[in-house]
Design a protein around this ligand. Sequence first.
Ligand SMILES: [Zn+2]
Ligand SMILES: [Zn+2]
Length: 327
Amino acid sequence: MRAQVLTAAGCPLVAAERPAARPGPQQLLIAVRACAVCRTDLHVVDGELPDPKLPLVPGHEIIGIVVERGDLADRFAIGDRVGVPWLGWTCGVCEYCRSGRENLCDRARFTGYQIDGGYAELTVADQRYCFAIDPRYGDVDAAPLMCAGLIGYRTLRMAGDARLIGIYGFGAAAHIVAQVVRYQGRRFFGFTRPGDRPAQDFARSLGAEWAGGSDQPPPEPLDAALIFAPIGALVPAALAATKKGGTVVSGGIHMSDIPSFPYRILWEERVLRSVANLTRRDAEEFLALAPVAGIRTETVTYPLTHANDALADLRNGALQGAAVLIP
Ligand SMILES: [Zn+2]
Ligand SMILES: [Zn+2]
């Protein structure tokens, strides 16, 4: 099978021809139909996340068809369509797994990081971490739901019942979360790179009541802020824009250093927190909600062989919505 492989951090992916992996007892062999490109893939390729499996097939927003099953793998049938997310395996016995926080499992393994992922024609995944995909979605449309959607949804959940939400960084996760916010009858403002008019128009087209640069104060203070751009300076900016008692949630896995800031912008019971990974409950909730809420994804497709171009376009902020690779 053909794959795009990372051989060393900081190097471009290389095209490789590999034998298909055999599914273990709990695993499925999946023919990849589409795999979205997540900012986390960039952090892995650029060496900003420690100790990836090498060589590695990146990609953790996989939509594919089950073509072979391990001896104990009976959750799905041959021919079923499944989605494979970032959370690839958990231990089930650590204090986090036993308390409904498997996203924090001490021994968790992640797709496209410690497990070969979806930048390939075939991939192998543990059936317990695979999900059925609603037939209302095409393969390409569904792919960004698997991380931008799932982790975006978890990020929004951590903002509680905030009515007016600021969304910082208007990429793949934001464009999905914005639609959930509107579906839930809440309001949002969109914050983009200063001067990025196309992104601000995109935010308004998804229902932003106001869109502007992240250096601008919003027209009214926020109840909560969600940060999806990997820029530490957005943390004090978001805190300063958020009301007393409000929450700022950082949804990314990596961020540049946060500059020091005066305590008064945190004081008055503002909460600053991060979100790490996802639980299977997040996935089940979000994948049930998405078709009912009419969540649409905006995608730009690339052939699998052009994976490096997709990563470059994401790195350069040249994408509106999500890049999706097609083998
Ligand atoms: Zn665990
Ligand atoms: Zn991701």
